[in-house]
Design a binder for this molecule. Structure first.
Ligand code: MCA
Ligand code: AMP
Length: 509
């Protein structure tokens, strides 16, 4: 009987690597002392060494590898090695602080935690408390115990066989009511989306992706990296986004992906012009709404239309504006091939053009559920098996989808999601705070800015900057309100619910 093909995502990606393994796969441009080059052979050998190291640790089948490290090519190699070794990759934003990490590690119970050398002193005790057996370090400049340990291992590794339904990654995404939920993504979820985008966005050998996104979320880790790897295309790799560095390297690139804040910042940079983008064939935006004004300014300056697409951690990419056809400002385009999207009204009826309803999705890209949260998983799926995105949208007459709002109370700041409930719970615990409400207000750079409105306990005078400084020590900086307004009471409706719309009107300016 013939053996079925290996559905391990790494095996699928590696099938796209070029035969010439001496060609450049990654040029890392922001290290000290000029570019560093990694060939396709280096990717294969270094990920094999790391996979051998992981295999030598005696981790249980399905073990989670939790990784909170600065972006570097080696961090990408660790992701690939985790896939190869058949374990489950769990990336964590470097902005997360001790309290947040404690929750993720306690919930996910990883077999291995990899952190930066500088964070080892505070991460290791958290890991030990949760009985994690192994903690290794990886620094941005290739320092730390992970690579030192891998150096002793063979650079040959036979990628472990996985089935499409086997778990490949867990991505934590904040919950509307409580703590973050781990979205479980399988090898099949990720490979189906990667293969679809490969075709839809016409990835081709010879493309050069300018990779400037963080690699601890879907956008930078999956959508961008998978596209380049699957087509055997080189990546020009930036560990952090910086408009001047993008402009310097753009003339050698053909594809760029960014969140709207990155496009706003590029347009603010005088040297960003059609000349430096003359080799570019595709600019993609996602993770947050791209304002029509940014879309238009970009087209006027660069002579190209940004392609906006829409996705989620639970589903990877759902819709995309057309590659050859129209790209319409303010829309997220058409459902991707193989992905079914419906807009559903309050009584459950499918909406026609211009009717507003909840966006639901089904397809091979949709995750299997939330890690250890079967109840939450059930709540988010309809009886007929569609996933409720929590986004509210409408079709236009040409079948293009627009997102007009969200039924979930969520703020998207610079492409990062912030759940008001979580910030309110931190504020409410602070000395002198009686109650709080957190809202998103329009922000030129971040799209939306996290803003808090607080009521002091009787007799207490609250100080905005002291509250902000206190929060900065406790939660990721991007979640900390840019402003905290102190009021005598919060506006409430007859049911006692805080009227956030009134707060947005009052503090929006
Ligand atoms: C940084 N800061 C932020 C943000 N980023 N505050 C609010 N929102 C943010 N997004 C804080 C910093 O901690 C710092 O605070 C201050 O703002 C100034 O930082 P700055 O140097 O301007 O920021 P930066 O380091 O340049 O970062 C901006 C950024 C970054 C490059 C736009 O936020 C970013 O990489 N965003 C991309 C997020 C992303 O990849 N999302 C994809 C999620 P302080 O001065 O107080 O220390 S995946 C997803 O959404 C779905 C699946 C999808 O569809 O893609
Ligand atoms: P995440 O939890 O990080 O996966 O964020 C997913 C959410 O980001 C979606 O549910 C949308 O609300 C939002 N999102 C992603 N892409 C877009 C887009 N192009 N326009 C508007 N919102 C988007």
């Amino acid at each position: 009987m013939p053996r079925t093909a290996n559905a391990n995502l790494y095996a699928i990606l590696a099938a796209g690597f070029p035969a010439d393994r001496s060609a450049c796969a990654i040029e890392a441009v922001d290290g000290e002392g000029g570019s560093l080059y990694y060939t396709w052979g280096d990717i294969d050998r270094a990920s094999a060494r790391l996979a051998n190291l992981l295999a030598s640790l005696g981790l249980a089948a399905g073990a989670r590898v939790a990784v909170q490290v600065e972006k570097s090519p080696e961090a990408l190699l660790l992701y690939l090695a985790t896939l190869r070794a058949g374990y489950v990759y769990l990336p964590l934003n470097t902005a997360y602080q001790a309290g947040e990490l404690d929750y993720f590690i306690g919930n996910a119970t990883p077999g291995l935690v990899v952190c930066s050398p500088a964070a080892h002193a505070w991460v290791e005790p958290i890991a030990r408390q949760h009985k994690v057996r192994h903690v290794l370090t990886l620094g941005e400049q290739r320092q730390g115990s992970l690579l030192a340990g891998a150096a002793a291992h063979s650079d040959d590794f036979s990628t472990v066989r996985r089935r499409a339904g086997d778990l490949a990654a867990i991505l934590y995404t904040s919950g509307t009511t409580g703590r973050s939920k781990g979205a479980m993504l399988s090898h099949g979820n990720l490979s189906s989306n990667a293969l679809t985008l490969h075709q839809y966005w016409r990835w081709r050998r010879g493309d050069v992706l300018l990779h400037a996104l963080p690699i601890f979320h879907v956008h930078g880790l999956f959508v961008a990296s998978h596209g380049a790897l699957l087509s055997g295309s080189k990546m020009i790799w930036m560990n952090r986004f910086d408009p001047a560095t993008v402009v310097r390297h753009l003339p050698r690139a053909t594809v760029f992906m960014g969140v709207p804040t990155m496009y706003v910042r590029l347009l603010d940079h005088a040297a960003f012009d059609a000349g430096c983008a003359s080799n570019m064939r595709l600019f993609i935006s996602g993770s947050a709404p791209l304002l029509p004004d940014t879309f238009k300014q970009f087209e006027a300056r660069i002579g190209q239309r940004i392609l906006e697409r829409y996705g989620m951690s639970e589903t990877a990419m759902l819709t995309s504006n057309s590659y050859d056809g129209n790209r319409v400002a303010g829309t997220v385009g058409l459902p991707l091939p193989g992905v079914s999207v419906r807009v559903v009204g309050e009584s459950g009826q499918p909406c026609g053009a211009d009717e507003i309803g909840g966006i639901e999705v089904s397809g091979p890209n949709v995750f299997g559920g939330y890690w250890k949260m079967p109840e939450k998983t059930r709540e988010e799926f309809t009886a007929d098996g569609w996933f409720r995105t929590g986004d509210v949208g409408k079709w236009d007459a040409n079948g293009y989808l627009s997102i007009v709002g969200r039924s979930k109370d969520l703020i998207i700041s610079g492409g990062y999601n912030v759940y008001p409930k979580e910030i309110e719970s931190y504020l409410d615990e602070m000395p002198g705070v009686f109650e709080s409400a957190v809202i998103g207000v329009a922000h030129r750079d971040f799209g939306e800015a996290v803003t808090a409105v607080v009521v002091a306990q009787p007799g207490v005078t609250l100080d905005e900057s002291a509250l902000i400084a206190e929060l900065k020590g406790r939660i990721a900086a991007f979640k900390v309100p840019k402003r905290i307004h102190v009021v005598t009471e919060l506006p409430r409706n007859q049911m006692g619910k805080v009227q956030k719309n009134l707060l947005r009107e009052r503090f929006g300016a």
